[in-house]
Design a protein around this ligand. Structure first.
Ligand SMILES: Nc1ncnc2c1ncn2[C@@H]1O[C@H](COP(=O)(O)OP(=O)(O)O)[C@@H](O)[C@H]1O
Ligand SMILES: [Mg+2]
Length: 316
């Protein structure tokens, strides 16, 4: 339930405090409930005790704590799956890209990560019956690779109203990791206000890797990355949104066994992402995809293709 934040709704919280929260962009009770108290204190400029109290009250409002398992089942039924337009790719995702969790696309340059994101940005706006999520899309572009013309082409090839599709995608260019973190922490408000059902961060790691260089900075980098990822996970769960992140690979030439290309971001990325898919270039326009680290899906290699219409099944 979306409760608009207004004086009196949180018992015992002064209206001056509520006004500070509103000014800082917390327009709903839920937005407060999913934000750490420390951050509320910083952003809204209030003492940590007040922030803690506000946070606790907001959480009680939206989350009564334990709920019957039957309700958990109902909640899981509300999970939606967005088609990638490739039935093979959908299959290894367990039916499509899921809401409520984070999906990670891993691969070298040109492996199709951004093209999958573009295709999903179009498909997410389709109705649930058509394999979409029936909502809008938010894209955080860290590499300057978001191309509206290409999204338009994909939409047109699918016979959709391309302008309407572009209107349904809110894009922000993140110029550095700090900026990226700010954009991510603004998501709870945006997601509620604009009926966002898919959030894309392409790429999640690029800025972090570029800015925190060397062993000495690694733990700081991982801490900041973990904080961004936990925000994203909360958005996914609290608002039943699909989150898609892209990640590069790092060649580890000293690998004796297995694939020498490892996803970047270490354990922090590995823990946060429920579904991790490895992408590789194949012959011509085809690509290979493989699920890694999945608790429920087999490690299977499939093929898909990239065409004018975006992602499609590869021809036999
Ligand atoms: N309009 C198009 N028609 C067909 N293939 C395309 C089109 N646009 C891009 N591609 C393919 O997508 C590839 C780039 O994939 P991309 O998703 O941008 O890679 P990355 O994994 O680096 O994000 C190109 O090399 C090309 O093969
Ligand atoms: Mg890309």
């Amino acid at each position: 339930m979306t409760e608009v934040l207004e004086p009196g709704i949180l018992k015992g919280v002064a209206s001056t405090t509520v006004n500070k929260l509103l000014k800082a962009g917390f327009t709903t009770v839920k937005a407060i409930a999913v934000t750490p108290a420390r951050e509320i204190a910083d952003v809204a400029g209030m003492g940590s005790d007040t922030a803690l109290k506000v946070c606790r009250l907001a959480r009680m409002h939206v989350d009564p704590g334990f709920i019957p398992a039957l309700e958990v089942l109902e909640m899981r039924k509300s999970m939606l799956k967005c088609t990638t337009s490739s039935s093979e790719l959908d299959r290894i995702f367990g039916g499509g890209v899921e809401t409520g969790s984070i999906t990670e696309l891993i691969g070298e340059f040109g492996s199709g990560k951004t093209q999958i994101c573009f295709t999903l940005s179009v498909n997410a706006q389709l109705s649930k019956e058509e394999g979409g999520l029936g909502g809008n899309v938010c894209a955080i572009d860290t590499e300057g690779t978001f191309m509206p013309e290409r999204v338009m082409q994909i939409a047109q090839e699918k016979g959709l109203d391309a302008e309407k599709i572009l209107e349904g995608i809110l894009v922000a260019r993140a110029y550095n990791s700090e900026h990226q973190a700010i954009l991510i922490s603004s998501l709870p408000e945006l997601v509620e206000r604009s009926n966002i059902k898919l959030v894309i961060v392409d790429s999640m790691i690029g800025h972090f890797r570029g800015e925190y260089i060397g062993r000495a900075n690694l733990s700081m980098r991982q801490q900041k990355l973990a904080s961004c990822l936990s925000h994203l996970l909360r958005v996914a769960e609290a608002f039943n949104v699909a989150i898609v992140l892209t990640n590069q690979v790092l060649a580890t030439p000293d690998t004796m066994y297995g694939d020498p290309n490892k996803p970047t971001g270490g354990h922090v990325m590995a823990h946060a992402c429920t579904h991790r898919v490895f992408l590789r270039k194949g012959k011509q326009n085809t690509r290979l995809a493989r699920v890694i680290d999945s608790p429920s899906l087999p490690e299977e290699r499939i093929r898909f293709a990239i065409t004018g219409a975006g992602i499609v099944d590869a021809e036999e």
